[in-house]
Design a protein around this ligand. Structure first.
Ligand code: PMP
Length: 366
């Protein structure tokens, strides 16, 4: 060999392409980024103030175990802080889980339109990704279970899932947990949990508390509006959290992110406003877009997958270009095997109204 070569699996990874941020808007139209499931409400003012204050002390390393943050999360969610691990986004927790529990020869299962990070972390760990088919763009417990083999070490389930927005009720998640081999971990990725209003849903607190092989991951990136600071967490059995703590980098969460996260958890009014905003505008968007004759997947998150017809000039790619020119930046999700869809994040009132108006114009074009 004449030069360094990464492990074979590494080059099998397709680089994650984030949603577009800058738009080539015509006439300098105002740009609305609706491509990354970020909240239009921004972070809590208390989180901003706490981050500002914290940066004064940025010369000092953070406390390595994110003790204060874990205590705050524990208090907010009624969980044992010793069973919580904080990370640089929930992406880091997913990565730690894969690195600690998946190796060459091992398999990790996720569903057909599941969040792409599962494939990345599985390959990065040297494992083999296994894809289970979905039904109506919804994870199918029987299909996930049918994919289980003696090599299965992990099953990733985003609930609700990104980019489809669909979810599994607690009864189905429990059925999945019940039937999995005891040596395989069920990862319940509940990045959008706070947005879900249906009573049949539960993020995974009970299962991750009671089972030896269930972990729940959560994030401050979505409803708390702190995506730029990179802050997420995982909760699960002490032995699993212990393994993750052994392999994480010693100062994986910045002091500024921790301080902002703690303040964000304390601002219940801001959280309530974000929930109320979504509860108002998600159905508004779904109804108004469906009224234009476009199919919308039933979402419980803060985003919608919109299907475009397979007709010249009317496809998702055409709509993407049309909307982008008007400063409305949605997410193309061809990388998820959904080339006929665009994903729209619920935005401000102005952004939402503009999207519906622009889609009406797009659909009405001859
Ligand atoms: N899980 C799901 C389902 C997501 O959509 C995202 C964000 N795209 C993440 C995890 C990771 O979010 P973060 O690392 O910002 O916490």
């Amino acid at each position: 060999m004449t030069k360094p070569a990464p492990r074979e699996n590494v080059l099998a990874i397709d680089i994650y392409v984030p949603g577009k941020s800058a738009a080539a808007a015509r006439n300098g139209a105002r740009v609305f980024k609706l491509s990354a499931n970020e909240t239009p409400l921004g972070p809590s003012p208390r989180a901003i103030a706490a981050a500002r204050q914290s940066i004064e002390h940025a010369a000092a390393y953070p406390e390595g175990s994110s003790k204060l943050l874990r205590a705050a999360i524990g208090a907010a969610h009624n969980l044992d802080p010793a069973r919580i691990i904080a990370g640089a986004g929930s992406d880091e927790i997913l990565e730690l889980l894969a690195l600690a529990f998946i190796g060459p020869g091992d398999e990790a299962i996720y569903s057909q339109y599941g969040f792409l990070e599962y494939k990345i972390v599985t390959l990065a760990a040297g494992g083999t990704p296994i894809v289970a088919p979905e039904t109506n763009y919804t994870a199918n417990v029987d299909a996930l279970l049918a994919a289980v083999t003696a090599k299965t070490k992990m099953v990733f389930l985003a609930n609700p899932n990104n980019p489809t927005g669909t979810y599994l009720p607690l009864s189905e998640v429990t059925r999945l947990a019940d039937a999995l081999p005891k040596n395989a971990i069920l990862v319940l990725d509940a990045a959008y949990a706070e947005y879900v209003t249906t009573t049949e849903y539960e993020a995974g607190v009970a299962l991750a508390t009671q089972r030896d092989n269930v972990v729940m991951t959560r994030t401050f990136s979505k409803i708390y509006g702190l995506a730029g600071l990179r802050l997420g967490w995982g909760y699960g059995p002490a032995e699993i959290i212990d393994a993750l703590n052994r392999i994480r980098s010693p100062f994986n969460v910045s002091s500024v992110a921790s301080a902002a996260g703690i303040a964000a958890l304390e601002d219940r009014a801001h959280l309530g406003a974000a929930i109320a905003h979504n509860a108002e505008w998600l159905p508004w968007l779904a109804q108004n877009i469906a009224a234009l004759g476009l199919e919308v997947l039933p979402s419980v998150g803060n985003f919608l997958a919109i299907r475009f017809p397979d007709e010249d000039g009317r496809r998702a790619a055409d709509a993407d270009k049309f909307l982008t020119e008007r400063g409305l930046v949605l997410r193309a999700i061809a990388a998820y095997g959904m080339p006929e869809f665009l994903r729209l994040t619920v935005g401000s009132r102005e952004a939402n109204e503009r999207v519906v108006a622009a889609l009406a114009e797009f659909v009405g074009r001859r």
